[in-house]
Write a new protein. Structure first.
Length: 161
């Protein structure tokens, strides 16, 4: 069996959970408690920024804690989604493909529903959710498919005995 060259080593999965945990804690500290460490208030280059007035391709001041928390969660989800299983096989590749299609369809449905039924700042919140949703759906659907395939395999081996 040829290994999938696009998958990360299995140890990245554990690292992904750690990154998500740190990202969630930082996000909760920032948005629920209002934690804004001074050393993360920095000047950064922005392609586009809109607070009171729009800025294009300009250096602005920004609190980076939100971006750091979001990136930690995003990288954590990526590492979990694309790390090898301990026992990787061709069946897993077909399950990954099914999970990819399920994720694509559900994420697309979420996007269409968001565009029709949310407006103003609510739509911005939906787009923030959208940026993480594909990987979350992929991870959940792959795990469910893997669990069902394992149960089916156990049932077949039980019937053979």
């Amino acid at each position: 069996m040829r290994e999938n060259p696009f998958l990360l080593p299995h140890r990245f999965r554990s690292f992904g959970f750690i990154l998500i945990g740190i990202g969630l804690v930082l996000g909760l500290l920032r948005f629920n408690i209002g934690f804004k460490p001074e050393f993360l208030h920095q000047k950064v280059f922005a392609f586009f920024s809109l607070y009171l007035e729009p800025f294009y391709f300009k250096i602005i001041e920004n609190q980076l804690l939100e971006e750091i928390a979001g990136l930690l969660i995003l990288f954590g989800l990526f590492f979990i989604a694309f790390s090898r299983e301990q026992e990787e096989n061709t069946r897993n590749n077909s399950l990954r493909l099914k999970a990819f299609f399920i994720s694509t369809y559900l994420d697309f449905l979420f996007l269409v529903v968001s565009m029709f039924f949310t407006f103003g700042l609510g739509f911005i919140y939906m787009m923030i959710i959208h940026s993480f949703l594909f990987l979350v759906i992929y991870i959940i659907s792959f795990r469910i498919l893997l669990f069902r395939a394992g149960k089916k395999r156990m049932q077949i081996s039980k019937d053979v005995k």
